[in-house]
Ligand binder design. Sequence first.
Ligand SMILES: *[C@@H]1O[C@H](CO)[C@@H](O)[C@H](O)[C@H]1NC(C)=O
Ligand SMILES: *[C@@H]1O[C@H](CO)[C@@H](O)[C@H](O)[C@H]1NC(C)=O
Length: 252
Amino acid sequence: MHALHNFLLFHVLIYLGRNALGAKIINGVKVPDNLMRYMASVQDSDGHVCGGVLISNNFVLTAAHCHDDDDEDGLVRVVLGTHNLSNNGTVRDIVQRCKHPHYWDHTTGSDIMLLKLSESVPEGGTIQRIPLPPSNMNLQPNQMCHVAGWGTTEAGTGVTDLRVVGVSVVDQDVCRERWTGIPEGVICAGGYRTLKGSCHGDSGGPLVCNGMAAGVVSYGDSDCSDPGFPDVYTDVSQFRPWIGKVLRQNGC
Ligand SMILES: *[C@@H]1O[C@H](CO)[C@@H](O)[C@H](O)[C@H]1NC(C)=O
Ligand SMILES: *[C@@H]1O[C@H](CO)[C@@H](O)[C@H](O)[C@H]1NC(C)=O
């Protein structure tokens, strides 16, 4: 029992440590209002926690580690339809949090979660959905993608405006060499031999390749600016059957 307690405490501390770093798109730019209208801010009662994307009229895709099951006051709502979190967007309560059944923590993979919204969202105008990648999507090393998020930047100050940065896909073997023991079902991109990349608080946000939600921000090095470590994303193409099932069943 004591061991379990310590284990849980350890995870809570890691979780808090992650959040303490804040969202941090490194060396990015502000996203124009007419682009990336599928972005969602996934929030607890205090505000922004993670990024996400709208993939159907009532589901948002994000990372499983964004919600701690032991935290009573976890994720409660998503905000869509605005890049500026100081403005009121379209708010929906989260009525179901569907973590992938194989998820344990970010180091073992399957770091993916679907959030069912209280009411469907009107598309068009300021809200769009993003296409999912095909299950045979094969990203090539050096291919250019983009990652977007809210929060502090390289300057270390918080932002309310969505920012984006271009990152290139890193070869899996190179990534495995740098990180001992990355899980299956991930894409590595950015953060390696460059100062451009994502940071923990960008978690849940998309790696957009060819206009599709190819990846979900999962983890990176702890200070987010070590060019020795690529950023690690959940490979959405490998979770298409599970996503399809949740959408068909309209829940989990
Ligand atoms: C975001 O919205 C707030 C409140 O409406 C406004 O003061 C601020 O200037 C906006 N930021 C940008 C970059 O437009
Ligand atoms: C957001 O909504 C609240 C409550 O409805 C309102 O008081 C506030 O003025 C709104 N803010 C903006 C920037 O529209």
